[in-house]
Design a protein around this ligand. Structure first.
Ligand code: ARG
Length: 260
């Protein structure tokens, strides 16, 4: 009889332990991790996001803007740097919570895959050429020329399309903007299709070796952060935070800091 009650007691204690674990009796470690939201970006896109030489810290308008939004809304963020065309798949596979990467919310089928927030910056595409180029603009590009841009971006899609239509000899789509600029500098391509504010930042430090050719082109772009499809609660927090930092002057201070 005694043995039976001992076995019963052991079984009951095992069941109780299992139930406790399943009800989130986990360690504090997991709960603190789940409080921190993962922001994914591609950090060769100064002044929106970039890394300093040798340092993995991501700096720029986007990290500053998101930090201000996070403070306003009581959110904790960590940033992860990855290739631009991995950003949307990262949210779709629950490897990230927010995209903040100067991403145009109007482009292609992006809005079918993630939920974009309110617009935080407006932009358009420009053609970057070497300082000695006599190329007049995107409409003057000839079929023997090569253009570079970043893979998965509106610029990258444009040069790919121009190649497919035989308008250029090659559309060189690369993972990092820094490599696109290098291709231009080394004479491998005759132009880089880049977002205007990013090209302007590049010309601030490379105005002696490069310039813009012609007027803006392509579709008007509206940059927005994005969350996983259906995460309306987080999106509302981010939109509210953006509205608040615009209302209290923080947004304008950051624009002055990064774009003046
Ligand atoms: N605005 C363009 C797009 O939405 C380029 C964005 C590139 N952003 C980056 N962090 N590399 O496709």
């Amino acid at each position: 009889m005694k043995k039976k009650s001992l076995v019963l007691l052991l079984a009951l204690s095992m069941i109780f332990t299992f139930v406790l674990g399943a009800c989130g009796g986990g360690s504090d470690e997991s709960s603190s991790d789940s409080d921190t939201l993962k922001v994914v970006t591609e950090a060769t896109f100064a002044p929106f996001e970039s890394t300093q030489d040798g340092d993995e810290t991501i700096v720029g308008f986007d990290p500053d803007m998101m930090a201000a939004i996070a403070e306003d809304q009581g959110l904790k963020l960590e940033w992860v740097n990855m290739e631009f065309d991995s950003l949307i798949p990262a949210l779709q596979s629950d490897q990230g919570d927010i995209i903040c990467a100067g991403m145009n919310k109007l482009a292609g089928d992006r809005a079918e895959k993630v939920d974009f927030g309110d617009t935080y910056f407006e932009s358009e595409l420009m053609l970057l050429v070497t300082a000695d180029s006599d190329l007049a603009g995107i409409d003057a590009v000839t079929s023997d020329m090569k253009l570079a841009s970043q893979i998965g971006t509106t610029g990258g899609d444009m040069v790919q399309e121009m190649k497919d239509e035989g308008k250029i000899a090659d559309g060189v789509v690369l993972n990092q903007w820094t490599d696109c600029y290098l291709q231009l500098k080394n004479g491998e391509v005759q132009g880089v299709v880049v977002d205007k504010p990013v090209g302007e930042a590049y010309l601030k430090s490379h105005g002696d070796e490069a310039k813009f050719a012609g007027d803006p082109f392509g579709d008007h772009e509206e940059f927005a952060f994005a969350v996983q499809k259906g995460n309306t609660e987080l999106l509302e927090k981010l939109n509210t935070g953006l509205a608040n930092i615009k209302a209290n002057g923080t947004y304008d201070e950051l624009v002055d800091k990064w774009f003046s």
